[in-house]
Each structure stands twice: as structure tokens, then as C-alpha cells.
Ligand binder design. Structure first.
Ligand SMILES: C[S@@+](CC[C@H](N)C(=O)[O-])C[C@H]1O[C@@H](n2cnc3c(N)ncnc32)[C@H](O)[C@@H]1O
Length: 408
């Protein structure tokens, strides 16, 4: 996955080939239009207020692709919150020169307002917010496969790691005992699973939070992505893990298909990310789905969206609707040195479902619907709408007052 996505010359992202949007490989909330960035600008302005309107409020964005989100945030802040705009500095963490070039073209009018760093390590300690949309799902994961409880009893570890080998000029998976010490430590937390059960471990996301925690002096980290609590991620029924590969809005079953021309991603184990953050003194300020997060922001807007044009209303519906992006995506807000009562701001007051302490592997005996077990959360052009959860989705859709504005 590391090579397929990030090989300096051939990687899907590092080569600049990744294409997001209607004519690309998949949608993200950013690619739906400027509304997502505009709404997040309101969230950032509120965070700035919570941090006493400091002069040097830093927004760090990581995974900025072509810079569209940054442009939407900065444009909205300049128009709607001029004092906030004057106080903010934008930093983009971008390791790939080709993407940095595209971002600086998109953001030409904000020259002086933005600086680039090629890694979190290269970032100065900051007060403000670190933001990412779909960064964590794009991090390379370790694939592991259970050998079954019997093998575990007789030969040490229940889990093998899957590596890529080449046989007769074809890539193929091979299983080997796990030797990576960090991975060995992680699997001790996993439940026993039958032979053949496949899943992923995202150690890169844990390294990421380790690094970020050392740079965030005060403020927030806001990560939006698709994922599950750990109990759900490693649930009994999820026998094939969450890895998915996609190009031109089509799903492929094999990650060896169209290498370097297709996206590969895995869902996020939110509990592990939150636990690691807590170990560094950050606390979970909120955890909710995108639907509730965005309706929370809208409920506080000075100028609500009722009068928005048809295009904006359609974009809002796409962002909010539980069967499109509203439920598939979750938002984790981590806070550091911000009073607990203010960290969980208005956007999260409706739902906070991530409990890291107990989010281990207690089997609930309740099986998620089959759709959720093997669903995909990249929004494709020909979207794979839910079936079995549609009734629940519609119920929560209708109970949200603000959503009625996009029904027409
Ligand atoms: C799925 S895309 C999301 C792009 C954009 N945030 C959006 O929502 O449209 C993931 C992005 O994360 C970037 N990325 C992956 N690892 C990164 C890292 N360590 N630092 C910065 N960007 C990274 C990739 O290059 C890619 O642009």
C-alpha cells in the first residue's frame, strides 16, 4: 500500500495521478463543492473564539490534495469573519512536490497567508487546529490474518502478517509470522478470531498522533474519515477486513489491480486513535457522524442556509444525507489544554458515541447489518446506497430540523 500510493515516481498520490471528483476516481466531501470548507470555516472561527481569539491561530491541514479545502476556508473566513481571517495562519503539511505546486496554484491569491511543511516533524509547535479529511484512511496499513485459536495455543501468535511477493511475474500475498514489535504489541489487544479472518492494523495513524501531539501546544485536532470503534472494526462478522480499492468510481476486489492508478484505503479504528491521543494528554472533545457535526455547525450560523441557491442545497444534502456522506463519515475532535466544557463544542452536543475506555472487544452478540459489514465508504459516482439500514437512516434524516431545507 505504501508503494502503490506513495512510491515517489509511480505512487497513486505522489505521482499526482490521484483524481478526486465526478470525473475522477471517487468523491470526498471537499470535492462536492465549496460548502464543506465554508462550514468548517465557521467551526474554526468558533475554535479561535474558544482559544481567546489569539493573534496567531494556526490551521494545519494535512492531506490537502489540490488545495480546494484551504481555498474554501480562507475565502469564507475573509468574507464572514475578517478578524479571524486576520489572525489566522494556514499551514499545509504536504510531502509531495507535485501536490505542493498544485496547491500553490489554487491558493495563489492567499500568498503570504500560507506556508508549506513537508511533514509534521517539520512543523513548529502551534496553537490552533489540525484538520484532516480522509487522511487516515489513506495511510498504509498492515494486513493480518488469523491462524485460528488452535494454532495460537500451539505456536505463539494467532495472527500472521500478509506480505506481497511476486510469483510468475504476478503479485500475490504470502503469510509470515509477525515480527514488527509495534504490530506484535498491537495484536495482543485483538480478540480471538477463527482461522482465515482477515483485518488491518493502521500503525501509521498511531505514529501520526504521536507526532501531532508533540506539536499541538493548545487547541484541537479534527479528523474526518470513515471508520468504526475498535469493537466494531474487529467484529466477528467483518471477516474480510475493510481494505478497498477504487478507480473511476469502480470498486476492485484486488489491490493488485491497476497499481499506482487506483486508490487503496482502509477504514479507521477510531478507538485506537483516540486512546493514543489520550495517552499524550489530549482528550476526546467530541465524536459524532458528519450529519450531526454539520447540522450542529449550521444551527449556529448567523445566516442560515435556507436562502442558499439550489446548487448549495444539493451539496448540503449530499454532505448530510445518511445514505450518502452523512452517516458514513465520522468526526473525531481531540482537544489539548482547552477546558473540557468548551472542547465539546456545539457541533458535538448531539452525539458522542466513542468511549475509548470500553471500546475494546466486548462482544455484544449483536451483529451489524450485512450492508455495514461489507459496505464501501468512498462515495462513488454510481453510489452504493444502503438497503437494510435505509429505514433507520430516513428516520434520523427526518428528525433533523435543518435537513428539511434541502428536501426541495
Ligand atoms: C483521500 S485523499 C483526501 C484528499 C482531501 N483531503 C479531500 O478530502 O478531498 C488523501 C490525501 O492524503 C494525502 N496524504 C497521505 N499521507 C500523507 C501525509 N503523511 N502527509 C500529508 N498528506 C498525506 C494524500 O496525498 C492525499 O492527497
Amino acid at each position: 500500500m505504501q508503494q502503490a500510493l506513495y512510491h515517489p515516481e509511480h505512487g497513486y498520490y505522489s505521482s499526482g495521478r490521484a483524481s478526486i471528483g465526478r470525473r475522477g476516481d471517487y468523491f470526498t466531501s471537499v470535492s462536492i463543492g465549496p460548502l464543506f470548507g465554508q462550514l468548517l470555516a465557521a467551526q474554526f472561527a468558533q475554535m479561535w473564539e474558544r482559544l481567546d481569539q489569539i493573534d496567531n491561530f494556526v490551521i494545519v491541514e494535512q492531506g490537502a490534495h489540490h488545495g480546494d479545502f484551504a481555498r474554501d476556508v480562507l475565502g469564507s473566513a475573509r468574507k464572514g469573519w475578517p478578524e479571524f481571517f486576520a489572525a489566522l495562519c494556514y499551514r499545509i503539511v504536504e510531502p509531495f512536490p507535485i501536490l505542493q505546486d498544485r496547491q500553490s496554484q489554487t491558493l495563489a491569491e492567499y500568498e503570504g497567508k500560507i506556508e508549506w511543511r513537508d511533514s509534521i516533524d517539520a512543523l513548529e509547535p502551534f496553537t490552533g487546529v489540525h484538520f484532516s479529511n480522509e487522511l487516515l484512511d489513506a495511510m498504509p496499513v498492515h494486513l493480518i490474518c488469523s491462524r485460528g485459536p488452535v494454532a495460537y495455543a500451539t505456536a505463539g501468535s494467532q495472527w500472521n502478517e500478509k506480505f506481497v511477493s511476486c510469483r510468475n511475474d504476478q503479485f500475490a500475498f504470502v503469510e509470515q509470522p509477525i515480527v514488527d514489535p509495534a504490530l506484535r504489541a498491537f495484536i495482543t489487544k485483538l480478540p480471538s478470531r477463527p482461522a482465515g479472518y482477515k483485518t488491518e492494523v493502521n500503525l501509521a495513524a498511531l505514529d501520526w498522533i504521536d507526532n501531532l501531539a508533540t506539536k499541538l501546544e493548545r487547541g484541537y485536532a479534527l479528523a474526518i474519515d470513515y471508520g468504526h470503534s475498535r469493537a466494531e472494526f474487529y467484529a466477528h462478522h467483518r471477516t474480510n477486513g475493510t481494505l478497498q480499492c477504487r478507480a473511476q468510481h469502480r470498486l476492485f476486489t484486488s489491490p493488485f489491480h491497476e497499481i499506482g492508478h487506483a486508490d487503496i484505503s482502509a477504514h479507521v479504528d477510531w478507538s485506537s486513535v483516540a486512546e493514543r491521543a489520550e495517552a499524550h494528554g489530549l482528550h476526546v472533545g467530541g465524536f459524532t457522524d458528519q450529519h450531526h457535526f454539520i447540522t450542529g455547525i449550521i444551527s449556529e450560523l448567523a445566516a442560515p442556509l435556507e436562502d442558499a441557491d439550489a446548487k448549495t442545497k444539493r451539496a448540503l444534502q449530499t454532505l448530510l444525507h445518511p445514505e450518502i456522506l452523512g452517516r458514513a463519515f465520522q468526526v473525531l475532535a481531540l482537544a489539548k489544554d482547552v477546558a473540557a466544557s468548551t472542547a465539546a463544542d456545539s457541533s458535538f452536543k448531539q452525539k458522542n458515541t466513542l468511549t475509548t475506555k470500553n471500546a475494546g472487544h466486548k462482544e455484544t452478540g449483536r451483529r451489524s447489518s450485512p450492508r455495514r459489514a461489507d459496505s464501501t465508504n468512498r462515495l462513488s459516482f454510481e453510489r452504493e446506497a444502503g438497503r437494510s439500514t435505509a429505514r433507520d437512516s430516513c428516520r434520523s434524516y427526518r428528525t433533523t430540523r435543518r435537513l428539511q431545507i434541502c428536501a426541495g
